[in-house]
Design a protein around this ligand. Sequence first.
Ligand code: GCB
Length: 604
Amino acid sequence: MKKRITLLLLATVLIGQAQNLISNVPNRAVTSLNGVWNYIVDPYETGFYSFHHDQYDKQTKPSNAAFFNNYHAVNKQELVEYDFDKSEKITIPSDWNSQIPELKYYEGNVWFKKSFDYDLKDKKRLFVYFGAINYKSDIYLNGKKLGTHEGGFTPFNFEITSIVKPKDNYIVVKVDNTRHKEDVPTTNTDWWNYGGITRDVTLIEENEAFIEDYNIQLKKGNSALISGFIKVNNFTSEQNQVTISIPELKINYKGKVGTDGIVNFEIPAKKISFWSPENPKLYEVTIDFNGQKLKDNIGFRTIETQEDKILLNGKQIFLRGISIHEENSKGRRANSEEDALRLLNWAKELGCNYVRLAHYPHNENIIRQADKLGLMVWEEIPVYWTVEFTNKDTYKNAEDQLTTTITRDKNRACIIIWSMANETPISDARNTFIKSLVDHTKSLDNTRLISAALLTQSGNGFGTINDEIGQYLDIISFNQYLGWYGGNLEDAEKILWKTKYNKPVIVSEFGGDAKAGLHGEKNERWTEEYQEYLYIQNLKMIEKIPHLSGLSPWILVDFRSPKRLLPGIQDGYNRKGLISNDGNKKKAFYIMQDWYAKKKKEKS
Ligand code: GCB
């Protein structure tokens, strides 16, 4: 009886929700499921519910009408009202809004199907990994439900060892990007709610026991000690040796996995060439468990604050940044390495040493490229504006997204700041919510800095940053839009900023819209001259902000937003980019570029 209960419990744990995240996927034995998939647009969820609204995947008797069964009529008389193989095709990863003209504004359900063969050898395990699906997904393989996932920007995986067959597997994914108040983000944002399987789909093959995750970074406050953990999935005590080798540092550490499948370690290290924008050194690291080798390229650096300074490897730095959305300049979700390089190279051209990846975790490609290029990164979760701060499920959702993001990216030296939120309205519930996220972050990673983009109070020549949540943050960051949503640009230099915190300050956003190619006077809104003047004046003000340690103007490239409707100017784009959505640099780009060049000289 006891055994049955355990099995039942295990079954409910395994089916229905994503399993422990496997990290460092790009360096594992993988097979891509990217490419051509069939899709069916299903606004009424016909493939999910019967006509009396019974959910097919909760019924005991399989239904041929359920789309996840990928059923085909066996004779000419049979009634079957869908057929994946005769349906339209789309290339995955992608968002449907930019790829399918009729779906530009569509928010709802779309089913995707791909067939594949896989010869899984004995004693091997197979997982399917999704880089991200926006927003909610139900995943099925060969008609069996693997689970459901929520959150549009975080990866997840399911084991499929017992389901996969050598031939004719079909994976079916139901994607629903309907917005809900209680979701993270909530219904109202200023970006396009791109629906679809927006990141890579990958099969990962592993041994029966394998390295699921690890953390290999410098110990907080100690630049001569590499510390962390290795976590083995399905550990049995037969083989418990783990080796970490970093040949260039002459490290060849041997440890033993504990009964919980975890090894915690501290390894003294000499003569580390520390990661920095000037020297984005990544060491080749190999973890060996049971003859299985997993490689990674890892940089080592310290990041800390001392009163109002940010110190990278013990030296004060100024963050010359830019905010970036996960959108390439072709009006679609960015995903590939090529997309990442295009965006990051523009940031470099601007003179940046730092990027703010707003407002949600971006894809792994851009993080890995930033690591290689030497761009420090602010990574954020979509606790944006008015998420339901009093709702426990909303909190849990936000916390899960944070956990997953940290799990995926904690070995990337480029990430220096975890951001908890953006422009959230102050209330007790919001304070509790963010404070809990801060505590949670610290429990997972105490080596990085924590911030959130806050709001300020301004008027009468003053700007004040006194948000109570600042006491829990390492860096006080705030967004302000002088000269765009209010305030007078002529007065910029006279404005005095005050904060009660003796902590580093980052201006996480400022900016204004300009339609590339539209010219006029500096007081004519939407012109490049207006934006240019706005930058000139804002920078005069920003320079005088006490404790200023960096900035990330809003934003690198124009991006699509359904909130931005002015015909002939916005046409569905937020035009605050320094670069237009077709890749043209606006005048303000060069103002910022000069300012950063000057700043770089001053600081070095
Ligand atoms: C903000 C938001 C950002 C918007 C921007 C704007 O404060 O953080 O998501 O896109 O302003 O353009 O209004």
